[in-house]
Design a protein around this ligand. Sequence first.
Ligand SMILES: [Zn+2]
Ligand SMILES: [Zn+2]
Length: 384
Amino acid sequence: MPTSRRAPAALLLRRGGERLLFDCGEGTQRQLQRSAVGLPEIEEIFLTHLHADHVLGLPGMLKTFALRGREAPGLTVHGPRGVRDLFGKLKPFLGRLPYPLTVVELAPGDVLERGDYRLEAFAVDHGVAAVGYALVEEERPGRFDVVAADALGIPAGPERGMLQGGEPVTLPDGRVITPDAVLGPARPGRKVTITGDTAASPNVVQAAYRSDLLVHEATFGADEAGRARETLHSTAAEAAQVAKLAEVRLLALTHVSPRYIGSELRREAQAFFAETVVPRDFDLIEIPFPERGAPRLVKRGGAGGGERSYHRVAMARMIQVATAGDVTEAEELQELLRDAGIDAEIEPLADEDGLSVLVPEDSLEAAQDAIEALSEPDDIIAEP
Ligand SMILES: [Zn+2]
Ligand SMILES: [Zn+2]
């Protein structure tokens, strides 16, 4: 469920000029408006399953597109079995839409071929009709070897372009040059796998195999392993074991229950799989081509201009100072720190908006984690 800091499921994947939205929980259109992306004329939405926390944002967003007078482009919603029926039921909310709306049902194993990549729908284990999605880029042609091309006497011109595109060329002197003479080995594309809600599943291991990024749900921590099993969700440790078996490069845990801050789940997961992050709303994960480095989390990387920082933490002799927005937050923070067993003194700052939060130095890390639950990570600055 949503909290003041966390919105329900929605993930925007940008690839070149494309923007694919995976799930559309309540309030997704407002989160997009607040983000650096804004609310673009999304053309494709992929639903993992039809539980309310993944679809309630749809009617409002589709209606906004209509109110903007959008006639084109059309919008396609992909989802598991039952998604057509859902749209039948949404009709009274949606009324007449001025743009074409297409609803496509996908079954596990379906593959959408999309030029230089494909989207694979795969089975997950959530007790209802549900699919995960793997975006798999095709291999890219190898690097063009200019030195080899010069040595072969290939003129600088369209011939080189044809070779780069994988076509053989015939030179004026009659020699036929094949692409392999001037191209290095094919370079792998990228792969991103998004599970949606699921218990840890061998299907996911298979589908996510060697992903650059696996976005796996981790609704619970080890303390709620029984509940995870009952509700067909995953614990952080289970998601990490899936990531390890699948040999992915980076694991991002999402769909975190409000009872957790996030950092405790990250630590549980890292015991099994070190490359784990728990992104917050408006964080961004960059996935470069494999030869250009590893995928990485950019905290607040997707935040819009209005979402600026307002927390600061400075470490003095015994101490950490945080500025917080308002009294409600101070109380919330005090409670959080108390729950974490930390004695804190909180008082208003003299010359700035906000609060000073003093904690013993040996509680610094724990306090930082607790404050992170209220604030945004980039806003915490440790100052000696
Ligand atoms: Zn669900
Ligand atoms: Zn859910």
